[in-house]
Design a binder for this molecule. Structure first.
Ligand code: NDP
Length: 259
């Protein structure tokens, strides 16, 4: 997906995937520095531990304590988090989160990234719905102590409902991710109403049961594929300064997922 954008824009850059074991992370970052890399993405399990090897953090990465994208600025590697920013870019096509009420399913890495960006964008309230109480409480505490968004925890131990007055509903759990394509969130779809904006983080497949249920109820539905493409677009902008054509990346990733 990233190299398709590089080719399209005539950027003479390569994007390589490297498997780095946890004990090799420091050496890998030193290697990237020594080789003059303009940056790198990093995925699980390195999103938190990589911070010890970087020179600084962007605002949202510092708040959420996780980095998925390192960017060389001068002689320094600065850690950013583009997952939530990619989500927000998709969401903004449908709604400005400022002053809005949000229900967020999940409290893992993707949920933290999304919650922090929603808070920085001025969301009024976020209800975090999560199975694991401790993990959910940690995210709620982060939002309440470090941002001006009011957060509350809903322990997800039985079928839940979306309260009246909610504007945005987000699935940030792994439910629906291939091969779990039949997965359903344990909530009452009859509590989704026309006009609500419903977004999923699942990119593969993009048309999850959650997205289908939202469309059937007249909601504005936002698939996770846009988030995936957008976080790539934002990363390339950080590394190169170039605004790449998202449609080139989208077509490439769609072709990969349909293989
Ligand atoms: P984590 O492992 O950090 O968190 C997983 C979350 O999903 C937790 O809140 C967990 O709840 C919840 N969960 C998982 N299975 C269930 C279930 N059966 N019922 C209820 N809750 C469940 O993963 P990430 O946050 O990193 O990733 C979550 C999803 O986001 C993945 O599918 C990933 O593909 C997607 N993603 C998409 C991106 C995109 O660009 N589109 C970018 C990043 C991630 P609990 O705490 O109770 O265990």
């Amino acid at each position: 997906m990233v190299e398709a954008a590089y080719r399209h824009h005539g950027l003479d850059i390569r994007y390589m995937n490297c498997e780095v074991p946890p004990e090799g992370l420091g050496d890998a970052v030193r290697g990237a520095r020594a080789m003059g890399w303009i940056g790198f993405h990093c995925s699980l399990p390195h999103k938190v531990s990589v911070i010890a090897h970087l020179d600084g953090l962007g605002e949202s990465a510092a708040l959420m304590g996780a980095v998925n994208c390192a960017v060389r600025r001068g002689e320094q590697f600065i850690g950013e988090n583009t997952d939530g920013k990619g989500f927000l870019k998709s969401l903004r096509q449908a709604i400005d989160p400022r002053g809005r009420r949000v229900v967020l399913f999940g409290a893992g890495g993707a949920a933290r990234a999304i919650a922090v960006e929603l808070a920085l964008a001025g969301a009024a309230e976020i209800a975090v719905v999560n199975r694991d109480r401790a993990r959910g409480a940690q995210l709620v505490d982060l939002l309440n102590t470090k941002t001006s968004t009011a957060a509350a925890l809903v322990e997800w131990s039985r079928t839940t409902s979306i309260p009246d007055g909610v504007d945005i509903v987000v699935n940030a759990t792994a439910i629906g991710l291939f091969p779990d394509v039949g997965g359903r969130l344990d909530f009452d779809p009859a509590t989704l109403h026309p006009g609500m904006v419903v977004a999923d983080v699942i990119a593969n497949p993009p048309r999850t049961n959650f997205i289908r249920e939202a469309e059937a109820r007249g909601c504005v539905a936002i698939e996770g594929l846009g988030m995936l493409v957008n976080q790539g677009v934002i990363g390339i902008k950080y590394w190169t300064g170039v605004d790449v054509d998202a449609s080139v990346m989208r077509r490439t990733v769609e072709a990969i997922f349909s293989d």
